[in-house]
Design a protein around this ligand. Structure first.
Ligand SMILES: Nc1ncnc2c1ncn2[C@@H]1O[C@H](COP(=O)(O)OP(=O)(O)OP(=O)(O)O)[C@@H](O)[C@H]1O
Length: 320
Protein backbone atom coordinates (compact mmCIF):
# COMPACT_ATOMS: atom_id res chain seq x y z
CA UNK A 1 0.00 0.00 0.00
CA UNK A 2 1.17 3.49 -0.77
CA UNK A 3 0.98 5.63 2.34
CA UNK A 4 -0.35 9.07 1.64
CA UNK A 5 -0.60 11.90 4.06
CA UNK A 6 -4.11 13.10 4.81
CA UNK A 7 -4.90 15.71 2.21
CA UNK A 8 -7.23 17.84 4.26
CA UNK A 9 -4.05 19.51 5.36
CA UNK A 10 -4.36 23.12 4.24
CA UNK A 11 -3.72 25.40 7.18
CA UNK A 12 -7.42 26.36 7.41
CA UNK A 13 -10.06 23.71 6.69
CA UNK A 14 -11.86 25.96 4.18
CA UNK A 15 -8.63 27.02 2.49
CA UNK A 16 -8.11 25.75 -1.07
CA UNK A 17 -4.95 23.74 -1.80
CA UNK A 18 -4.21 26.09 -4.69
CA UNK A 19 -5.65 29.59 -5.14
CA UNK A 20 -4.75 31.83 -8.08
CA UNK A 21 -6.24 35.26 -8.65
CA UNK A 22 -5.51 37.33 -11.74
CA UNK A 23 -2.42 35.17 -12.31
CA UNK A 24 -0.22 36.40 -15.16
CA UNK A 25 2.95 35.04 -16.79
CA UNK A 26 4.75 37.12 -19.39
CA UNK A 27 7.86 36.27 -21.37
CA UNK A 28 9.14 39.66 -22.51
CA UNK A 29 6.18 41.33 -24.22
CA UNK A 30 4.40 38.00 -24.79
CA UNK A 31 1.65 37.08 -22.32
CA UNK A 32 1.46 33.29 -21.91
CA UNK A 33 -0.99 33.31 -18.96
CA UNK A 34 -3.38 36.21 -19.01
CA UNK A 35 -5.00 36.80 -15.63
CA UNK A 36 -6.51 33.46 -14.59
CA UNK A 37 -8.49 32.67 -11.43
CA UNK A 38 -8.30 29.07 -10.20
CA UNK A 39 -9.14 27.26 -6.97
CA UNK A 40 -8.21 23.63 -6.38
CA UNK A 41 -9.71 21.89 -3.37
CA UNK A 42 -8.28 19.03 -1.32
CA UNK A 43 -8.79 15.58 -2.82
CA UNK A 44 -10.05 16.65 -6.22
CA UNK A 45 -8.62 15.90 -9.63
CA UNK A 46 -8.37 19.24 -11.40
CA UNK A 47 -7.47 19.70 -15.04
CA UNK A 48 -6.17 22.39 -17.36
CA UNK A 49 -7.47 21.45 -20.81
CA UNK A 50 -6.38 23.32 -23.90
CA UNK A 51 -4.42 23.12 -27.16
CA UNK A 52 -0.65 23.53 -27.47
CA UNK A 53 0.40 27.01 -26.44
CA UNK A 54 -2.70 27.68 -24.31
CA UNK A 55 -0.54 28.45 -21.26
CA UNK A 56 -1.07 25.20 -19.34
CA UNK A 57 2.59 24.34 -18.73
CA UNK A 58 3.40 27.94 -17.82
CA UNK A 59 0.66 27.78 -15.18
CA UNK A 60 1.92 24.45 -13.87
CA UNK A 61 5.46 25.77 -13.59
CA UNK A 62 4.23 28.67 -11.47
CA UNK A 63 2.32 26.23 -9.24
CA UNK A 64 5.44 24.04 -9.06
CA UNK A 65 7.38 27.08 -7.73
CA UNK A 66 9.93 26.98 -10.56
CA UNK A 67 8.68 30.05 -12.45
CA UNK A 68 7.68 33.20 -10.58
CA UNK A 69 4.35 34.82 -11.50
CA UNK A 70 4.64 38.15 -13.35
CA UNK A 71 1.50 39.51 -11.68
CA UNK A 72 -1.53 38.44 -9.69
CA UNK A 73 -1.61 36.30 -6.59
CA UNK A 74 -0.85 32.61 -6.16
CA UNK A 75 -1.09 30.61 -2.94
CA UNK A 76 -0.33 26.92 -2.51
CA UNK A 77 -1.26 25.38 0.86
CA UNK A 78 -1.89 29.01 1.76
CA UNK A 79 1.80 29.83 1.14
CA UNK A 80 3.53 32.13 -1.32
CA UNK A 81 5.56 30.22 -3.95
CA UNK A 82 8.10 33.02 -4.29
CA UNK A 83 8.94 33.35 -0.60
CA UNK A 84 8.12 29.81 0.58
CA UNK A 85 9.08 27.69 -2.46
CA UNK A 86 11.06 25.02 -0.54
CA UNK A 87 8.28 24.45 2.03
CA UNK A 88 5.71 24.11 -0.76
CA UNK A 89 7.89 21.89 -2.95
CA UNK A 90 8.42 19.48 -0.04
CA UNK A 91 4.67 18.77 -0.18
CA UNK A 92 4.34 18.59 -3.99
CA UNK A 93 4.99 15.75 -6.42
CA UNK A 94 5.97 16.86 -9.91
CA UNK A 95 5.67 14.79 -13.06
CA UNK A 96 7.08 16.91 -15.91
CA UNK A 97 6.04 16.71 -19.55
CA UNK A 98 9.36 15.18 -20.60
CA UNK A 99 10.58 12.22 -18.52
CA UNK A 100 13.78 13.27 -16.77
CA UNK A 101 14.84 9.88 -15.43
CA UNK A 102 18.45 8.87 -15.06
CA UNK A 103 18.58 6.20 -17.74
CA UNK A 104 21.81 4.63 -16.46
CA UNK A 105 20.47 4.00 -12.97
CA UNK A 106 18.25 1.06 -12.12
CA UNK A 107 14.53 1.55 -11.78
CA UNK A 108 14.79 1.36 -7.97
CA UNK A 109 17.76 3.74 -7.83
CA UNK A 110 15.82 6.36 -9.77
CA UNK A 111 13.54 6.56 -6.76
CA UNK A 112 16.08 6.19 -3.95
CA UNK A 113 18.45 8.80 -5.43
CA UNK A 114 15.55 11.23 -5.89
CA UNK A 115 14.52 10.61 -2.28
CA UNK A 116 17.82 12.16 -1.14
CA UNK A 117 16.66 15.58 -2.39
CA UNK A 118 13.95 15.41 0.24
CA UNK A 119 16.27 14.20 2.98
CA UNK A 120 14.40 10.90 3.28
CA UNK A 121 16.50 8.37 5.26
CA UNK A 122 17.97 5.62 3.09
CA UNK A 123 16.06 2.74 4.70
CA UNK A 124 12.72 4.55 4.50
CA UNK A 125 13.45 5.52 0.89
CA UNK A 126 14.10 1.91 -0.11
CA UNK A 127 10.92 0.66 1.54
CA UNK A 128 8.84 3.42 0.01
CA UNK A 129 10.44 2.94 -3.40
CA UNK A 130 9.58 -0.77 -3.39
CA UNK A 131 5.97 -0.06 -2.41
CA UNK A 132 5.66 2.60 -5.10
CA UNK A 133 7.13 0.34 -7.78
CA UNK A 134 4.61 -2.35 -6.84
CA UNK A 135 1.82 0.21 -6.91
CA UNK A 136 2.91 1.37 -10.37
CA UNK A 137 3.22 -2.26 -11.54
CA UNK A 138 6.97 -2.02 -11.97
CA UNK A 139 7.98 -4.19 -9.01
CA UNK A 140 9.51 -6.90 -11.18
CA UNK A 141 11.70 -4.34 -12.98
CA UNK A 142 13.24 -2.83 -9.81
CA UNK A 143 16.77 -4.10 -10.49
CA UNK A 144 16.77 -3.43 -14.26
CA UNK A 145 18.40 -0.46 -15.92
CA UNK A 146 15.92 2.22 -16.86
CA UNK A 147 16.91 2.89 -20.47
CA UNK A 148 15.25 -0.17 -22.08
CA UNK A 149 11.86 0.40 -20.42
CA UNK A 150 8.91 1.18 -22.71
CA UNK A 151 7.49 4.71 -22.85
CA UNK A 152 4.56 3.69 -20.66
CA UNK A 153 6.85 2.14 -18.04
CA UNK A 154 9.06 5.22 -17.98
CA UNK A 155 6.02 7.40 -17.46
CA UNK A 156 4.83 5.19 -14.59
CA UNK A 157 8.31 5.33 -13.09
CA UNK A 158 8.27 9.14 -13.33
CA UNK A 159 4.93 9.16 -11.50
CA UNK A 160 6.31 6.77 -8.85
CA UNK A 161 9.28 9.11 -8.41
CA UNK A 162 6.92 12.06 -7.97
CA UNK A 163 5.29 10.17 -5.08
CA UNK A 164 8.47 9.42 -3.10
CA UNK A 165 7.96 12.35 -0.71
CA UNK A 166 4.32 11.37 -0.06
CA UNK A 167 3.03 14.58 -1.65
CA UNK A 168 -0.36 16.07 -0.93
CA UNK A 169 -0.65 17.48 -4.45
CA UNK A 170 0.71 15.77 -7.56
CA UNK A 171 1.27 17.96 -10.63
CA UNK A 172 1.12 16.05 -13.92
CA UNK A 173 2.00 17.88 -17.12
CA UNK A 174 0.51 15.96 -20.06
CA UNK A 175 0.73 12.61 -18.24
CA UNK A 176 -0.02 10.38 -21.23
CA UNK A 177 1.22 12.34 -24.24
CA UNK A 178 3.10 10.03 -26.60
CA UNK A 179 1.79 6.80 -25.04
CA UNK A 180 -0.17 4.12 -26.89
CA UNK A 181 -3.81 3.51 -25.86
CA UNK A 182 -3.05 0.53 -23.59
CA UNK A 183 -0.27 2.37 -21.77
CA UNK A 184 -2.52 5.41 -21.36
CA UNK A 185 -5.27 3.33 -19.77
CA UNK A 186 -2.83 1.84 -17.29
CA UNK A 187 -1.61 5.32 -16.28
CA UNK A 188 -5.23 6.50 -15.93
CA UNK A 189 -6.03 3.51 -13.74
CA UNK A 190 -3.10 4.24 -11.40
CA UNK A 191 -3.93 7.95 -11.23
CA UNK A 192 -7.53 7.09 -10.42
CA UNK A 193 -6.35 4.89 -7.53
CA UNK A 194 -4.12 7.68 -6.26
CA UNK A 195 -7.08 10.00 -6.23
CA UNK A 196 -9.09 7.39 -4.32
CA UNK A 197 -6.40 7.53 -1.67
CA UNK A 198 -7.07 11.22 -1.22
CA UNK A 199 -4.17 12.71 -3.18
CA UNK A 200 -5.03 15.96 -4.97
CA UNK A 201 -4.22 15.69 -8.67
CA UNK A 202 -3.60 18.67 -10.93
CA UNK A 203 -3.01 17.84 -14.56
CA UNK A 204 -2.69 19.46 -17.95
CA UNK A 205 -3.87 17.74 -21.07
CA UNK A 206 -4.91 18.39 -24.63
CA UNK A 207 -6.75 15.07 -24.75
CA UNK A 208 -10.43 15.53 -24.08
CA UNK A 209 -10.88 11.84 -23.25
CA UNK A 210 -8.16 12.11 -20.60
CA UNK A 211 -9.88 15.13 -19.07
CA UNK A 212 -13.21 13.29 -19.09
CA UNK A 213 -11.71 10.16 -17.54
CA UNK A 214 -9.74 11.79 -14.78
CA UNK A 215 -10.98 15.26 -13.87
CA UNK A 216 -13.66 16.12 -11.34
CA UNK A 217 -13.39 19.69 -12.49
CA UNK A 218 -11.45 21.48 -15.18
CA UNK A 219 -10.77 24.78 -16.80
CA UNK A 220 -10.70 25.08 -20.58
CA UNK A 221 -7.78 27.34 -21.57
CA UNK A 222 -7.15 29.11 -24.84
CA UNK A 223 -4.63 31.85 -25.57
CA UNK A 224 -3.63 32.20 -21.90
CA UNK A 225 -7.20 32.70 -20.69
CA UNK A 226 -9.83 30.50 -19.08
CA UNK A 227 -12.83 30.20 -21.38
CA UNK A 228 -14.92 27.83 -19.22
CA UNK A 229 -14.77 26.00 -15.91
CA UNK A 230 -16.85 23.13 -14.48
CA UNK A 231 -17.08 19.34 -14.33
CA UNK A 232 -16.76 17.59 -17.71
CA UNK A 233 -20.41 16.57 -17.56
CA UNK A 234 -21.65 20.08 -16.72
CA UNK A 235 -19.51 21.65 -19.45
CA UNK A 236 -20.96 19.29 -22.03
CA UNK A 237 -24.50 19.91 -20.78
CA UNK A 238 -24.02 23.67 -20.90
CA UNK A 239 -22.09 24.07 -24.14
CA UNK A 240 -23.20 21.19 -26.36
CA UNK A 241 -26.16 18.98 -27.25
CA UNK A 242 -26.69 15.39 -26.08
CA UNK A 243 -25.76 13.88 -29.45
CA UNK A 244 -23.75 14.80 -32.51
CA UNK A 245 -24.34 13.59 -36.04
CA UNK A 246 -21.08 13.42 -38.01
CA UNK A 247 -21.55 13.56 -41.77
CA UNK A 248 -18.87 13.01 -44.41
CA UNK A 249 -19.33 13.68 -48.11
CA UNK A 250 -16.10 12.48 -49.70
CA UNK A 251 -14.42 15.35 -51.54
CA UNK A 252 -17.58 17.43 -52.08
CA UNK A 253 -17.33 21.05 -50.84
CA UNK A 254 -19.06 21.13 -47.46
CA UNK A 255 -20.27 24.73 -47.10
CA UNK A 256 -23.05 24.46 -49.72
CA UNK A 257 -24.18 21.14 -48.18
CA UNK A 258 -24.22 22.69 -44.70
CA UNK A 259 -26.61 25.40 -45.95
CA UNK A 260 -29.07 22.69 -46.98
CA UNK A 261 -29.08 21.35 -43.41
CA UNK A 262 -30.66 24.52 -42.10
CA UNK A 263 -33.31 23.76 -39.49
CA UNK A 264 -32.08 20.26 -38.65
CA UNK A 265 -30.70 20.04 -35.11
CA UNK A 266 -29.63 23.03 -33.04
CA UNK A 267 -26.30 23.98 -34.61
CA UNK A 268 -24.02 23.04 -37.51
CA UNK A 269 -20.21 23.14 -37.55
CA UNK A 270 -18.24 22.66 -40.74
CA UNK A 271 -14.78 21.12 -40.31
CA UNK A 272 -12.32 20.56 -43.17
CA UNK A 273 -13.32 16.89 -43.54
CA UNK A 274 -16.84 16.66 -42.07
CA UNK A 275 -19.98 18.39 -40.94
CA UNK A 276 -21.09 18.16 -37.30
CA UNK A 277 -24.79 18.50 -36.59
CA UNK A 278 -25.59 19.19 -32.93
CA UNK A 279 -28.88 17.66 -31.91
CA UNK A 280 -30.64 16.01 -28.94
CA UNK A 281 -31.48 13.01 -31.18
CA UNK A 282 -28.91 11.90 -33.76
CA UNK A 283 -31.08 9.23 -35.41
CA UNK A 284 -33.94 11.65 -35.94
CA UNK A 285 -31.55 14.23 -37.42
CA UNK A 286 -30.07 11.50 -39.66
CA UNK A 287 -33.56 10.71 -41.01
CA UNK A 288 -34.13 14.43 -41.69
CA UNK A 289 -30.83 14.57 -43.65
CA UNK A 290 -31.95 11.63 -45.81
CA UNK A 291 -35.30 13.37 -46.35
CA UNK A 292 -33.46 16.32 -47.94
CA UNK A 293 -31.94 14.04 -50.55
CA UNK A 294 -28.40 14.53 -49.30
CA UNK A 295 -26.22 11.46 -49.63
CA UNK A 296 -23.38 11.40 -47.11
CA UNK A 297 -20.62 8.84 -47.67
CA UNK A 298 -20.64 8.13 -43.94
CA UNK A 299 -22.95 8.91 -41.02
CA UNK A 300 -22.03 8.54 -37.36
CA UNK A 301 -24.12 9.31 -34.28
CA UNK A 302 -22.10 9.88 -31.10
CA UNK A 303 -22.48 11.60 -27.76
CA UNK A 304 -21.02 15.07 -27.23
CA UNK A 305 -17.51 15.34 -25.78
CA UNK A 306 -15.29 18.09 -24.42
CA UNK A 307 -13.91 18.44 -27.95
CA UNK A 308 -17.35 19.74 -28.96
CA UNK A 309 -17.32 22.11 -25.98
CA UNK A 310 -13.94 23.48 -27.07
CA UNK A 311 -15.07 23.84 -30.67
CA UNK A 312 -18.20 25.71 -29.59
CA UNK A 313 -16.27 28.03 -27.27
CA UNK A 314 -13.32 28.82 -29.52
CA UNK A 315 -14.34 27.87 -33.06
CA UNK A 316 -11.30 25.58 -33.24
CA UNK A 317 -10.58 21.90 -32.63
CA UNK A 318 -8.38 20.91 -29.67
CA UNK A 319 -5.85 18.87 -31.62
CA UNK A 320 -5.14 20.67 -34.91
N1 LIG B 1 10.40 30.45 -21.54
C1 LIG B 1 9.61 30.94 -22.50
N2 LIG B 1 9.98 32.01 -23.23
C2 LIG B 1 9.18 32.52 -24.18
N3 LIG B 1 7.94 32.04 -24.47
C3 LIG B 1 7.52 30.98 -23.77
C4 LIG B 1 8.31 30.37 -22.76
N4 LIG B 1 7.60 29.33 -22.24
C5 LIG B 1 6.43 29.29 -22.91
N5 LIG B 1 6.38 30.27 -23.82
C6 LIG B 1 5.26 30.55 -24.74
O1 LIG B 1 4.08 30.70 -23.96
C7 LIG B 1 2.97 30.11 -24.62
C8 LIG B 1 2.31 29.14 -23.69
O2 LIG B 1 3.19 28.03 -23.52
P1 LIG B 1 2.85 26.81 -22.58
O3 LIG B 1 3.98 25.83 -22.67
O4 LIG B 1 2.46 27.30 -21.26
O5 LIG B 1 1.57 26.22 -23.32
P2 LIG B 1 0.87 24.84 -23.11
O6 LIG B 1 -0.58 25.12 -23.08
O7 LIG B 1 1.44 24.11 -21.98
O8 LIG B 1 1.22 24.08 -24.44
P3 LIG B 1 2.20 22.82 -24.62
O9 LIG B 1 1.32 21.65 -24.48
O10 LIG B 1 2.68 23.02 -26.03
O11 LIG B 1 3.29 22.94 -23.61
C9 LIG B 1 3.49 29.49 -25.90
O12 LIG B 1 3.23 30.38 -26.97
C10 LIG B 1 4.98 29.37 -25.67
O13 LIG B 1 5.70 29.49 -26.87
Amino acid sequence: MVETKPTDAPERPDQPMIAAKGLVKRFGSFTAVDGIDVEVRAGEAFGFLGPNGAGKSSTMRMIGCVSPPTAGSLRIFGMDPVRQGPQIRARLGVCPQQDSLDLELTVLENLTVYARYFGIPRKVARERARELLDFMQLGDRAGDTTDPLSGGMKRRLTIARALINEPEIVLLDEPTTGLDPQARHLVWDRLFRLKQRGVTLVLTTHYMDEAEQLCDRLVVMDGGRIVAEDSPRALIAEHSTREVLELRFGLDPLEPIAEKLDGIGERVEVLPDRILLYTPDGDEAGAAVTGRKLHPSSVLVRRSTLEDVFLHLTGRTLVD
